[in-house]
Ligand binder design. Sequence first.
Ligand code: MTE
Ligand code: MO
Length: 260
Amino acid sequence: MVDRPTTRRALLARGAAVLGAVALAGCEPVTDNPLAKKILGGVGGLNRRVQEAILGPEQLAQEYGLSDVSTTFYANGSTDPDDKHYQSMAATGFKDYKLIVDGLVERPMELTMAELRAMPARTQITRHDCVEGWSCIGQWTGTPLQAVLDRVGVKPTAQYVVFHCFDAMDDGGFSGPTPFYGSIDLLAARHPQTILAYDKAGKPLEVKYGAPLRLRVERQLGYKMTKYIKRIELTSDFKGIGQGKGGYWEDSGYQWYAGI
Ligand SMILES: Nc1nc2c(c(=O)[nH]1)N[C@H]1C(S)=C(S)[C@@H](COP(=O)(O)O)O[C@H]1N2
Ligand SMILES: [Mo]
């Protein structure tokens, strides 16, 4: 579990604290990244309508070559979920893991890693931009979310894809740790670079990067890329989920749409 920075100042302090580690990891610090500087400066990411008007909803994020991959990739947020079920699955290489897909779907399903790996796969080398002010380039392989959605059959009333995770964040509140979750809309979910990643650099994801399955949604910021996915729920709104803003970070004030 990690502490949740609740103010911009706390966020910046935490961001500053990671920069040393990021530099050591061969990633890019905030000072070299105009996007991160803009966000830390309070301007925020691109407005969704502006981004879609300029780029179009199908525009691909830039992809890089193998020689651009960061020598080591910084791991952020949760890096080792406390959940007992998660830990027992991790101890046996996630052979008992099942991804639950339910909510507004025609055929609710549970998919094993073997079933997910048997589906079409996509590999992409992309840049991960964290709002705390660092970027790393990494290679990801996974199942296009679109393929999973087609398999379960999305009902016409569905609007959002909600990702429930195994980890929880310690907010220092009385009610105990808060489960991590996030969401994207169906347009982002069906984007060709939106994948449920299970490999990084050609090897199964390490726990710190979100094993066994994490989202890559390449045209948005890092906090949208939920790690440790337990369940994918199709919904028409965010009522009754967390505090209703569509994500753990959104519930504490981040924008729901984090376009870059
Ligand atoms: N389940 C879960 N997903 C998460 C987080 C988290 O704490 N828990 N942190 C987010 C943030 S802020 C970032 S920048 C990325 C970090 O991914 P990485 O550890 O692969 O660098 O994961 C995102 N997804
Ligand atoms: Mo982040």
